[in-house]
Design a protein around this ligand. Structure first.
Ligand SMILES: [Zn+2]
Length: 158
């Protein structure tokens, strides 16, 4: 009788888990391990970046809108703390998959392509939104290329 731990199905399941983006980091150590990986790929090795998981709701400083992640940085020092919200089942019903690794890449891209602190004018909010759409597209492109998955992976619909 073959060792169950080494059965084809088990090994395949393990590999599939390994080669999919992490949905929810189990602890800060796992988050920071992924953070280092993506930090290097994004040529951010001259930055000091710390990752923190939090169960407190994160919100946009300007609009108060709820956020999945937040990048608090001092550009001149090339220092940043990235906060990722740990969902308390409140993202289960969302039509877009909640994916910590994607949010992490998005927040790291903020260190790379920083948007100047947007004001509250219509033009500033519009620019902020347009920049964020591009930034999230880039984060998804990187995740899709890394894990060889399609855009449909991000959908909870169907
Ligand atoms: Zn953002």
């Amino acid at each position: 009788m073959p060792d169950e731990a080494l059965s084809f199905e088990n090994v395949q399941a393990r590999l599939e888990r390994q080669y999919l983006p992490v949905l929810v980091f189990k602890d800060g150590a796992e988050m920071n391990e992924k953070l280092r990986y993506w930090q290097r790929l994004l040529f951010l090795d001259d930055w000091i970046i710390k990752g923190e998981l939090t169960s407190e709701r994160l919100s946009d400083d300007t609009t108060g809108a709820p956020l999945r992640g937040k990048c608090s940085m001092v550009q001149e020092l090339k220092a940043a703390t990235i906060y990722l919200y740990v969902p308390q089942s409140d993202f289960d019903e969302e039509i877009v998959k909640f994916c910590h690794e994607d949010i992490l890449v998005h927040e790291l891209l903020h260190c790379k392509y920083n948007i100047l602190e947007a004001g509250t004018s219509y033009e500033a909010r519009h620019l902020d939104l347009r920049e964020h759409v591009l930034l999230e597209e880039m984060a998804r492109s990187l995740i899709m290329a890394r894990y060889n998955i399609g855009f449909e992976w991000f959908s909870n619909v169907g």
